[in-house]
Design a binder for this molecule. Structure first.
Ligand code: CAA
Length: 240
C-alpha cells in the first residue's frame, strides 16, 4: 500500500513541488492550505491530490482535520511541516500582531501537526517528519526577527524529536532552503531582492524542485539512518 504523506501549505510554492513529486513517486498525498482557494482549486484540477483547508495555527482545527484524514486513509506516515508566512519589519517597527501571526503559523503549527501524528507513527514503528526551515533561521535577516526566530526554533524541535523517536523507526529532519523562486520571495521589494541575489554565490534563486528532491529522499525507507540533521539548500549563501 502507498505511504500517506501530509504536506502543509502543499498547494503553492515549495509545498506544491513537494506534493507533486511525492505523488509522482507513488505516495498518497494530502496538501493542506489555509487561505488561497483559487490557487488550491487550480492545483486540485491539475493533480490527483486531495486538498484540505484548515488553519494549522489552530490546535483544535488541526486535531479535527487529522482525525478526519486518519479515518479516510488509516494513518499519516509522512508529515512535511512546510506551511509558513512572512510579516517582515525591523523589530523597532514590528507590531505585536506581526510577531504573533508568524509565531503561530510557523512555529505553533509544528506542535499542532506533529503532536497529532506522532503516537500513530510510534505504534506503527515508522514515520518521516520533515520541517521546512530557512537560511534566515541560520544566519538572521534584517526585518525578520519573527520569521528567523521560528525557523531557528524548528531545528531545536526537530533534534529533540529525533532523540525521542529514533528507536521507534521515526526520523525528524530539517531542510533549510535559501531564497527560492516562489511568490513569497517575489513579494520582496525589487531593488532589495536584486541586492540579495547579488550576495548568493550561485547568482540565482533556487527552484522549488531543488527542495522537493531532498524531501523525496529523506522520506524514503533508504534514509532511515538520517536523523536530527539539517540540510542547507541555498546556492552557497550560508555555510555552516
Ligand atoms: N542591513 C542593514 N541595513 C539595512 C538592511 C540590511 N539588510 N536593509 C535595510 N537596511 C536599512 C536601510 O538602508 C534603511 O536605512 P536608512 O533609513 O538609513 O536609509 C533602513 O534600514 C530602512 O530600510 P527599508 O527602507 O528597507 O525599511 P522598510 O521598513 O521600508 O522595510 C523590510 C523593511 C520590509 C524588512 C525590507 O527591508 C525588506 O523587505 N527586506 C528584505 C527582508 C527579506 O529578505 N525577507 C525575506 C522574505 S522571503 C523569505 O523569508 C523566504 C526565505 O526563507 C528566504
Amino acid at each position: 500500500m502507498n505511504k500517506v504523506a501530509l504536506v502543509t501549505g502543499g498547494t503553492r510554492g515549495i509545498g506544491e513541488s513537494i506534493s507533486k513529486l511525492l505523488n509522482e513517486n507513488n505516495y498518497t498525498v494530502i496538501a493542506s492550505y489555509n487561505s488561497n482557494d483559487e490557487a488550491a482549486q487550480k492545483f486540485a484540477s491539475k493533480n490527483e491530490i486531495e486538498i484540505k483547508k484548515w488553519d494549522v495555527s489552530s490546535y483544535e482545527e488541526t486535531k479535527i482535520a487529522i482525525e478526519k484524514l486518519k479515518s479516510k486513509y488509516g494513518q499519516i506516515d509522512i508529515l512535511v511541516n512546510n506551511a509558513g508566512i512572512t510579516k517582515d519589519a525591523p523589530l523597532h517597527k514590528m507590531k505585536k500582531e506581526k510577531w504573533d501571526a508568524v509565531i503561530n503559523v510557523n512555529l505553533n503549527s509544528i506542535f499542532n501537526l506533529t503532536s497529532n501524528v506522532i503516537n500513530d507513527m510510534r505504534d506503527n514503528g515508522f514515520g518521516r517528519i520533515i520541517h521546512i526551515s530557512s537560511v534566515n533561521g541560520q544566519k538572521g535577516q534584517f526585518g525578520q526577527t519573527n520569521y528567523s526566530a521560528t525557523k531557528a526554533a524548528m531545528e531545536g524541535f526537530s533534534k529533540s524529536l529525533a532523540l525521542e523517536s529514533a528507536s521507534k523507526g521515526i526520523t525528524s529532519n530539517v531542510i533549510s532552503p535559501g531564497y527560492i523562486n516562489t511568490e513569497m520571495v517575489a513579494a520582496i521589494r525589487e531593488d532589495i531582492l536584486s541586492s540579495i541575489i547579488e550576495t548568493i554565490p550561485a547568482k540565482r534563486l533556487g527552484e522549488s524542485n531543488e527542495i522537493a528532491e531532498m524531501v523525496l529522499y529523506l522520506v524514503s525507507e533508504k534514509a532511515g539512518y538520517i536523523n536530527g540533521a539539517t540540510f542547507s539548500i541555498n546556492g552557497g549563501l550560508y555555510m555552516d
